[in-house]
Design a protein around this ligand. Structure first.
Ligand code: M5T
Length: 621
């Protein structure tokens, strides 16, 4: 006997819980579900930065956990499970995702971050239905997430360490267990408690209802009742042959008839009432709504950066909206709304004392930090944003849109658009600098380049990558080769560093002038600006300058081969359509281009950030 009848739908199926979490096992068995436990071996190492939202990350991890188990059982076990359930719980605070602490210090860092604040707990759940056709595993995935907000009291150091020494935090997301000792840290909970513990049982049941009792088309046309777990008998005869019983359905009809006969508020009202109980909702389009309004969030971030709000608050005590507004010369009511949405986005902290920067804002949004993204944000605000208003034209015409923005014909993309004035040139350089700086260290260490004693960064702009190569390989001399106008301004970006002696700047046009000689050529974010004919031209010029054994390091954002999942790269490819003559490419496409020009032994490293790296070696013709 189970309380939630829809759980009964799974009783005759082979259900597997792909989780080692004792809490999930307990929650589901308490709900009357019968299942086997096969912990997933999926390594929880997805690139968090590539997800637009924390719950997107949790859902994908849950899915991968379940699919790993489904595939393993299908291969090893002759009997494929019918349903595999995977889940992943994360804690988010101030824009950071916290998983299980790796050691006590890590637990300390997590818990002190949570102290006195509200955070969100997301659990992503994947329900994977499996079938086997001609020994091939076929899977259908249904996924969802649940968010619960939890507020912690202020935790003293003593309490924190006592809790950590209890050992409880170590196998739990965010470093606490709300169901045990950790419950003492919690001031309030908004939402599903079991979701925090590790499994959102209520939402799970609703999801099963959607899967096992899909609404009939006529149900969808009628008015719907929100957020309920309909009784199974309401839908019993609709879709599931395993279902037991027309009896409850008749009972339901009977009650409608009674109301209609009673004439309480007339026949029509009674019918409407009757239908309401029979109907269910289509899934609420949360993700879609976020996509619809996503542009406003970007623009709010851009505007706060442009107004230097994050510079003003950097490492400062909290400030009130009126003070900030007067310092940056805006209206108070406008500034207050901007600050509030920035706080809701996790960029600012809002307390009774006022607004202050989060760590993310100090590190990335203030304009003067080592890893500041201010440069790229201003580029997106001042140029990309405007170009994207012509996206429809770009799609129709298949070309960039600078001519529409500038109101004149563009002959030479860089000279006429990006470098038309010293200001736009500097803005572009700042943008490139901030993007390259973000991953330059990983790029420099993606391969062992110590065999090369000289490198030429073709189109190396501010020298951000050259500096990192010089730092990593003290024997390497690096030449930054770029247009004279760029080289002239590059000095602005060179801090006095010991490796300055290893770096040289040379002016020239890589399509026309001889390339400086080097054992390793680097093309970082260059090929994606150009169509294939120009890419061939550039690669043939690089190949001509290479001796056998020379290397070519390509640094680009890589698409997946099917052009399906690498969301950030796919979006940048659209960006390249609107702004350049080029596009992003997949590793396979780059390999074809490279091999045509005599570069072989192609190795690819996905760096999981904004850039990936490919190394190829020139062979004798
Ligand atoms: C916030 C909180 C979390 N947890 C546990 O934290 C683990 C999250 O980690 P996961 O990666 O989602 O799961 P796992 O334990 O590694 O198991 P698996 O599903 O095999 O990956 C799960 O255990 C949850 O219960 C609690 O027990 N209480 C709480 O208050």
């Amino acid at each position: 006997m189970v309380l939630c009848p829809v759980i009964g739908k799974l009783l005759h199926k082979r259900v597997v819980l792909a989780s080692a979490s004792p809490r999930r096992q307990e929650i589901l068995s308490n709900a009357g579900l019968r299942f086997e436990v096969v912990p997933s071996k999926f390594k929880e190492k997805l690139d968090k930065a590539s997800f637009a939202t924390p719950y997107g990350y949790a859902m994908e991890t849950a899915k991968q956990k379940a699919l790993e188990v489904a595939n393993r059982m299908h291969q090893k076990d002759l009997r494929t499970p019918d349903v595999v359930i995977g889940a992943d719980t994360i804690v988010t605070v101030g824009g950071l995702i916290l998983e299980k602490p790796v050691d006590k210090q890590d637990a300390y860092r997590m818990l002190s971050r949570l102290s006195g604040r509200e955070h969100s707990v997301f659990t992503g759940v994947a329900i994977v239905h499996c079938s086997s056709k001609e020994h091939q595993l076929d899977t259908r995935v249904s996924e969802f997430y649940e968010e619960t907000k939890v507020k912690f009291s202020e935790l003293s150091e003593e309490l924190l360490w006592e809790y950590i020494h209890s050992g409880e935090p170590m196998d739990k997301a965010g470093g606490y267990g709300i169901q045990a000792l950790g419950g003492m840290l919690v001031e309030s909970v908004h939402g599903d408690f079991l979701n925090v513990v590790g499994f959102p049982l209520n939402h799970f049941c609703k999801q099963l209802v959607k899967l096992y009792y899909p609404p009939r088309p006529e149900d969808l046309r009628r008015r719907v009742k929100h957020n309920s777990i309909p009784a199974v008998d309401t839908f019993e005869d609709l879709s599931d042959v395993e279902g037991s019983g027309s009896e409850p359905a008749q009972r339901d009809t009977g009650s409608c008839d009674e109301k209609a006969q009673a004439g309480e508020a007339g026949q029509a009202a009674a019918e409407a009432e009757c239908h309401r109980t029979q109907e269910t909702l289509p899934p609420f389009p949360t993700r879609l709504l976020e996509l619809i309004d996503g542009f406003m969030l970007s623009k709010a971030l851009f505007t706060a950066c442009k107004l230097k709000v994050f510079d003003l608050l950097k490492d400062e005590a909290p400030q009130k909206a009126a003070d900030i507004a007067s310092k940056v010369d805006t209206s108070v009511c406008g500034m207050e709304r901007l600050l509030n949405i920035c706080a809701a986005m996790g960029l600012l902290e809002k307390t009774e004392q006022g607004y202050s920067n989060t760590e993310t804002a100090n590190l990335y949004l203030a304009s003067d930090g080592e890893y500041s993204l201010h440069g790229i944000i201003m580029h997106k605000n001042d140029l990309t944003w405007n170009l994207f208003t012509y996206l429809e034209f770009a799609i129709r015409e298949g070309t960039h849109q600078h001519h529409r923005l500038l109101g004149k014909k563009v002959e030479d993309l860089f000279q006429d658009a990006y470098y038309q004035s010293p200001e736009t040139r500097l803005r572009f350089m700042r943008a490139m600098h901030s993007m390259v700086k973000l991953t330059a260290c990983q790029v420099a260490t993606a391969f062992d380049l110590s065999r090369f004693s000289s490198a030429c960064d073709v189109g190396g702009c501010t020298g951000a990558l050259a500096r990192e190569l010089a730092r990593e390989y003290p024997r390497m001399q690096v030449t930054v080769f770029d247009l004279p106008d760029i080289i002239e301004l590059a000095a602005h970006f060179q801090p006095a560093r010991p490796q300055a002696a290893q770096i040289h700047f040379a002016a020239g046009d890589f399509f026309r002038d001889p390339l400086p000689s080097a054992e390793l050529y680097v093309l970082c974010r260059i090929l994606h600006d150009w169509p294939d004919d120009k890419v061939h031209k550039l690669l043939s010029r690089v190949a001509e300058s290479c001796k056998p054994g020379a290397g070519l390091l390509l640094v680009e954002m890589l698409l997946d081969e099917e052009k399906r999942v690498a969301q950030r790269a796919l979006m940048q490819s659209l960006d390249m359509l609107v702004q350049t003559e080029g596009r992003e490419r997949s590793p396979g496409e780059y390999q074809c281009l490279l091999e045509l020009h005599g570069f072989h032994q192609v190795q690819v490293v996905h760096l999981g950030g904004v850039l990936d790296a490919i190394l190829a070696t020139k062979v004798a013709p």
